[in-house]
Design a protein around this ligand. Structure first.
Ligand SMILES: Nc1ncnc2c1ncn2[C@@H]1O[C@H](COP(=O)(O)OP(=O)(O)OP(=O)(O)O)[C@@H](O)[C@H]1O
Ligand SMILES: O=P(O)(O)OC[C@@]1(O)O[C@H](CO)[C@@H](O)[C@@H]1O
Length: 306
């Protein structure tokens, strides 16, 4: 079974404003609300791609109820730990440039953590876990690392997608797969990464430094590179105006997992992952399977090995 872990979920509130003006009253042209948080997004896209998963993490209050209800309607299993406060609301403003205001997590108690640990203790070596998104600020930055060490001891594959200090620490637990974007990878090594060659160079270093099997470095409109052992692959999406970048990275992770379950062909796995990411970037919300399959036909791939 695949599990996703979202310790800091959100109700995503996306507002489209014709001409967003700071410091004045703006009226919305269009509004969308949906369950958010990176692991939850991975579960939702996996479902669209025909793969079942169970969503784990912390939810609370009316916003937590909303998330659980929508997931239930979409036939996604959940086993969240209920916390006292309200799950945060993340505001995404579409008006020319995209602006995001991500809320803070409700308080997480020691008991909440213990409840989460007992749910994770039920996983066995047949299971795979996607650990994604930010950590609630009251939790120590090595929280993912601590949880991952125990999971790894049981032979559970961990797919990791987080950033900042949570990423730096979690890498020490050697995840099976990691997906930084090129900016997160650059931050990790305190360098700048602007080309595919640089992404490959530091992506390979990431595998070596942290004993990781698979890494995908996403590069927005440039697609992504995939590093596995000594091999490197690139996939580039068709050029089209992006309408939404929220969840593109999560869609890429879901696409990677869905294809990796069926295929050992790295080229094919990366192409499908990038197709899922780009299909989301090209649509209002998340990609559908039909859109992913369609874009997959237009993806350009290359093997970058010497
Ligand atoms: N402008 C775009 N055009 C085409 N595809 C895109 C575009 N932006 C993102 N994508 C697709 O989504 C994937 C992930 O994008 P990105 O590198 O921005 O990840 P991310 O920073 O984790 O995303 P986010 O945090 O916004 O979900 C890319 O590899 C690509 O397939
Ligand atoms: O604040 P975090 O946890 O880093 O990111 C949360 C978030 O921006 O990521 C998802 C898109 O990837 C959204 O659904 C959600 O609002």
């Amino acid at each position: 079974m695949i599990y996703t872990l979202t310790l800091n979920p959100a109700l995503d509130y996306v507002v489209e404003v014709a001409d967003f003006t700071e410091g004045s009253i703006n009226r919305t042209k269009n509004e969308l609300k949906y369950p958010g948080g990176k692991g939850i997004n991975v579960s939702r896209v996996l479902k669209r791609l025909g793969v079942s998963s169970t969503a784990l993490g912390f939810t609370g209050g009316f916003t937590g109820d909303y998330i659980e209800n929508v997931l239930k309607q979409e036939n996604i299993d959940t086993d969240f730990v209920r916390v006292n406060g309200d799950t945060r609301i993340n505001v995404k403003i579409r008006g020319g440039k995209e602006t995001e205001i991500n809320g803070a997590s409700p308080s997480i108690s020691e008991d909440d953590i213990r409840s989460l640990e007992s749910r994770l203790a039920l996983l066995d070596n047949e299971d795979q876990l996607v650990v994604a998104g930010s950590l609630p600020s009251m939790l120590p930055p090595d929280t993912y690392k601590r949880l991952m060490i125990r999971l790894k001891e049981k032979g559970i594959r961990v797919y990791l997608d987080t950033s900042g200090e949570a990423l730096t620490k979690a890498l020490e637990a050697s995840p099976y797969f990691v997906k930084p974007n090129h900016l997160e990878l650059a931050e990790l090594y305190d360098v700048s990464i602007s080309s595919v060659e640089e992404a490959v160079q530091y992506g390979k270093k990431l595998l070596d430094d942290f004993d990781i099997s698979h890494a995908v470095i996403s590069m927005a409109g440039e697609g992504a590179v995939y590093l596995h052992g000594d091999e490197a692959y690139q996939a580039k999406p068709p050029e089209r105006p992006a309408v939404n970048s929220v969840g593109a990275g999560d869609s890429l992770v879901a696409g990677f997992i869905a294809k990796h379950l069926l295929s050992n062909n790295p080229d094919e796995v990366l192409a499908f992952a990038v197709s899922a990411g780009s299909a989301t970037a090209f649509s209002e919300t998340f990609c559908t399977k039909e859109e992913v399959v369609q874009i997959n036909k237009e993806i350009k791939t290359a093997v970058l090995n010497e």
